[in-house]
Design a protein around this ligand. Structure first.
Ligand code: DHB
Ligand code: MG
Length: 213
């Protein structure tokens, strides 16, 4: 079904195809967003007039390039990657994409990047949280500190095949997502929803937050 929708709706995309191919050849985890999901993130960026993006969890740079290339010329995207070898592959993919001038890859724990940006008083228009799920709630909390009215935060992988329903789960990722949901319940002044997804990456979902202006 993904292939059919991609063929029907998405233009040929040699840039993202190459990033996917290199990432697979280099043995990176197959956790990048799908082409259809990447197109959705790009759509969100254009709908919101986003100029500044923070991505948590770069992997091979697939989503970073998909988002950065639809930014206006003065738009910027910061992305984080904790694994140095993965970051090397990502930087090379980013450079090859032709959008490297808009993308800043920070190698290290996401929390350090958050701390630095919070200390600097930065704000972002869109934050895409797609790193380890153990710290999903902490990343949302930090993203809110970097938000202003209208900021959109997207959190990937909040369904995980329905595994998130298991309140007794000992899986640290499931626990992390449930912590994010419990935290979300306490938020005021934030529009929120989640969409469940099926497709090439199985059954999962994304949560969406928008700070009310
Ligand atoms: C996993 C992580 C992801 O970001 C994703 O989109 C799918 C799976 C994982 O860690 O299993
Ligand atoms: Mg993900």
């Amino acid at each position: 079904m993904d292939a059919y929708l991609e063929a029907s709706l998405l233009p040929k995309d040699p840039v993202l195809d190459e990033i996917a191919a290199v990432s697979a050849r280099e043995g990176l985890l197959p956790h990048a967003v799908t082409p259809l999901q990447a197109a959705f993130l790009a759509l969100l960026i254009r709908m919101t007039g986003t100029k500044r993006v923070l991505e948590i969890g770069c992997l091979g740079g697939y989503s970073a390039v998909a988002m950065a290339r639809v930014l206006p010329d003065d738009g910027r995207l910061i992305t984080t990657e904790i694994d140095t070898r993965t970051a090397g592959v990502a930087q090379s993919n980013i450079d090859a994409s032709g959008f490297g001038d808009r993308i800043e890859l920070r190698v290290g724990p996401a929390i350090e990047v958050f701390d630095a940006e919070i200390a600097a008083g930065s704000t972002f228009d869109l934050v895409f949280i797609d790193a380890d799920k153990v710290n999903h709630k902490t990343y949302l909390e930090c993203a809110l500190k970097l938000s202003k009215p209208g900021t959109v935060i997207v959190a990937d992988n909040v369904v995980r095949g329905g595994g998130v329903l298991d309140a007794e789960s000992q899986d640290n990722s499931i626990k992390g997502i449930r912590e994010l949901m419990a935290f979300a319940q306490t938020l005021e002044g934030v529009d929120m929803t989640a969409l469940q997804t099926v497709g090439a990456k199985g059954y999962d979902g994304m949560a969406f937050f928008r700070v009310v202006g």
